[in-house]
Design a protein around this ligand. Structure first.
Ligand SMILES: Cc1cc2nc3c(=O)[nH]c(=O)nc-3n(C[C@H](O)[C@H](O)[C@H](O)COP(=O)(O)OP(=O)(O)OC[C@H]3O[C@@H](n4cnc5c(N)ncnc54)[C@H](O)[C@@H]3O)c2cc1C
Length: 501
């Protein structure tokens, strides 16, 4: 697909979005008709109405053309194996977005079910749109759909892609695969003053969309969708939606950010990490908003803020760079050059244990620390960041090949993590197992020169027994709540049936 960063001439009038943030995926052929069609924003990754450059661009363009604008969302039958945990969080966030965007901005929200390559072009045709705006994701499936959509919309339709996820647009930062955080950091930092800016406010639309059935029975939809993936249930601790996301950010900057530099790598100190990853993954909050808010505290705790911004911006945007420029971002084939060589050199080293997928999934290994981290992920839906590294590295030790290790880690990570199926996850797994974005270390069996992490090392770093006890309690509490919910549902059912009788 031929893409070009937007030039002023490829846009309709000027826009309040920096041109570097917009790529023209398709330039529509000008039509003789003097009346342009509406603008449609196909929302995929950035599921919010606030601080969303893709929505801002769609609204800008609609206002300049004097046409209405709508948001379209496609709910896939199946996307990367999403379960009730991820689907419930996403749909509840969208439910809130639906009512807010129609009420506050007078922008209609359309929900389609099926394949985006069918639903989006057919909606574009049906409403006679002149411009389709979409947000950016580096994942191969999403890029494939866009290529197909470009072919399927009428010649008159232009398509613009806006990077509303990264603070510095992925394609502006670098045109190649970056090997390390240290190589991408200066590139990002050079452009940050241009892109880390306040968002312009959005006003309610005056050009109103015509008729069309937009009513959605959210309760029924959520019930049906979450029933499909009920083996990985929703979590209660993380309230979905952009309002909750902003409150979460506020609480973090006021009460935990100050501890970020010192305590973020201690799984027993929960008073440091942000817990923002579910919101960032589903685009319910903008990373740019998080950075702007965190920066306000720079004078008070400079080290903590610098460290947080480095993770939030450099490491997160490095993950997008990796998934965009490395085709094999979720496979051993995507290993760093030196990582591939050293892992192959040690491919036939004797493993102390080989566990089946079932044993790993059920946390039945000989390592109580690993089992605890696995259970934290399965039941709580979010493993502490430090444990994620240990967790993935030990899988390398317990599977018969590095390829199997990557596949196993991706499968479990994406199935159970509420923030799974994310470039951060693929880059994190490849960092842990294949040395991506990392240096080589002293050679050891199985790992070769890949950095290893050991139980003993963890013991020296934090209270391992405390962490295991903490997870045990967490699992007990989740199971107890589940039991109570089942009991209430059972009681309700009996009451309903008695009434019918
Ligand atoms: C094996 C492995 C698997 C991972 N799987 C995922 C995943 O599925 N989804 C996911 O979002 N992250 C994943 N990560 C990255 C990181 O561990 C999580 O983003 C972090 O733990 C989320 O918790 P938090 O928001 O409280 O983090 P905080 O420490 O508060 O960080 C704030 C934000 O910065 C970003 N960030 C932090 N650490 C990293 C990192 N190492 N790489 C990239 N971005 C980072 C995230 O967007 C995060 O939400 C994984 C890391 C590893 C090693």
């Amino acid at each position: 697909m031929a893409t070009a960063t937007a030039s002023a001439s490829s846009l309709i009038g000027s826009t309040s979005v920096q041109l570097g943030r917009i790529r023209v995926l398709k330039q529509g052929i000008l039509q003789p008709s003097p009346k342009p069609g509406p603008v449609v924003y196909w929302m995929f990754r950035d599921q919010r109405l606030r601080d969303n450059w893709a929505l801002i661009h769609a609204v800008d363009q609609a206002n300049r053309l004097n046409v209405p604008v709508a948001v379209a969302f496609n709910l896939f039958d199946q996307f990367l194996g999403a379960k009730a945990r991820q689907l419930g969080f996403m749909l509840r966030g969208l439910q809130q977005l639906h009512s807010e965007i129609e009420e506050k901005l007078r922008i209609p929200f359309f929900l389609f079910q099926g394949e985006a390559i069918d639903t989006i072009p057919s909606f574009v045709k049906e409403c006679g749109a002149s411009l389709l705006v979409t947000d950016f994701s580096p994942l191969r499936q999403v890029r494939g759909w866009k290529e197909e959509i470009v072919k399927r919309v009428p010649d008159s339709v232009s398509i613009h892609e806006v990077d509303a996820h990264n603070i510095v647009p992925m394609w502006m930062t670098s045109d190649r695969l970056e090997g390390y955080a240290r190589t991408i950091r200066p590139k990002i930092n050079n452009l940050l003053p241009d892109y880390l800016i306040e968002f312009p406010p959005l006003k309610p639309q005056t050009k109103i969309w015509g008729a069309g059935n937009r009513s959605i029975d959210w309760e029924e939809l959520i019930e049906n969708e979450t029933r499909k993936g009920a083996d990985v249930p929703e979590v209660e601790w993380c309230e979905p939606g952009e309002i909750a996301a902003l409150e979460h950010l506020k609480a973090f900057t006021k009460t935990r950010l100050m501890n970020y530099a010192t305590d973020r790598n201690n799984p027993m100190k929960r008073n440091a990490i942000s817990g923002l990853s579910p919101y960032l993954h589903f685009g319910q909050i903008s990373a740019q908003r998080c950075a702007l808010e965190a920066r306000k505290f720079h004078k008070v705790y400079p080290q903590a803020v610098d460290k947080f911004l480095d993770e939030l911006i450099v490491w997160r945007e490095l993950a997008d760079n990796f998934c965009y420029y490395e085709t094999h971002y979720d496979s051993f084939l995507g290993a760093s050059d030196w990582g591939r060589v050293t892992l192959m050199d040690h491919a036939f080293d004797k493993r102390e244990h080989i566990y089946t997928m079932e044993q790993l999934e059920k946390a039945q290994t000989a390592d109580p620390l690993w089992n605890a981290s696995q259970l934290e992920m399965v039941h709580h839906g979010k493993m502490h960041g430090y444990m994620r590294m240990y967790w993935a590295k030990r899988i390398l030790e317990w599977t018969s090949s590095p390829q199997e290790a990557v596949e196993t880690a991706v499968y479990l990570n994406d199935k159970y993590h509420i923030d799974g199926r994310d470039p951060n996850g693929y880059a994190g797994i490849m960092w842990s197992i294949c040395g991506v974005h990392d240096n080589d270390f002293q050679e050891r069996p199985v790992y070769g020169k890949i950095r290893s992490m050991t139980y003993g090392g963890c013991r020296r770093k934090f209270d391992v027994d405390g962490y295991i006890a903490y997870v045990k309690k967490l699992v007990r509490d989740v199971k107890k709540r589940k039991g109570e919910t089942c009991l209430i549902a059972h009681r309700d059912l009996i009451t309903r049936n008695t009434r019918v009788l």
